[in-house]
Design a binder for this molecule. Structure first.
Ligand code: ATP
Length: 137
């Protein structure tokens, strides 16, 4: 990339740099949505969970817990993707340390997904149970 086309070199005001930061962040989210199947799946599940949370009229605290669960999964997925991209760029060939680094990053995603499931069971469980009891009456 030539220096002229490198956006980091474009002269900008502080406000312009601040706004550009948002553009880069949304570009990152769009990149993950376009290229990462797991991120798309997790985003779809998150939307379904938000719809279910609205239908079941969760309390503000319950909604906050669900938001933390969703956020932790999506954020860990994004960090995992970023780590994978860096490693693929720096060392595309097989290396045991690359394997360990990618496996650890994948482990972080797994842990956050398990945390989300635990929060989901604790928050949605009682609501679904009372909904089920109402249906049976
Ligand atoms: N360069 C490498 N050297 C050693 N092992 C690697 C290397 N690249 C990938 N691996 C191993 O393969 C696994 C999958 O890696 P990969 O980069 O395909 O991730 P992925 O989770 O399938 O990502 P995605 O589906 O998002 O592309 C890693 O967890 C790691 O164990």
């Amino acid at each position: 990339m030539s220096k002229l086309s490198d956006p980091r070199r474009a002269p900008r005001s502080a406000w312009g740099r601040f706004l550009a930061g948002f553009t880069y962040a949304f570009r990152g989210l769009w990149y993950a949505l376009r290229t990462q199947r797991n991120f798309r799946v997790h985003t779809g599940v998150a939307l379904l969970v938000i719809i279910a949370a609205s239908l079941l009229h969760l309390s503000p605290i319950e909604f906050a817990l669900v938001a933390v669960a969703i956020g932790s999964v999506l954020i860990s997925e994004l960090v995992n993707t970023s780590i994978e991209l860096c490693l693929d760029l720096l060392h595309p060939e097989y290396h045991p340390l690359v394997r360990a680094a990618k496996d650890v990053a994948a482990g972080a995603v797994l842990l956050s997904a398990l945390l989300a499931v635990a929060i989901g069971v604790c928050v949605f469980g009682p609501h679904l149970w009372s909904w089920w009891l109402t249906l049976r009456r």
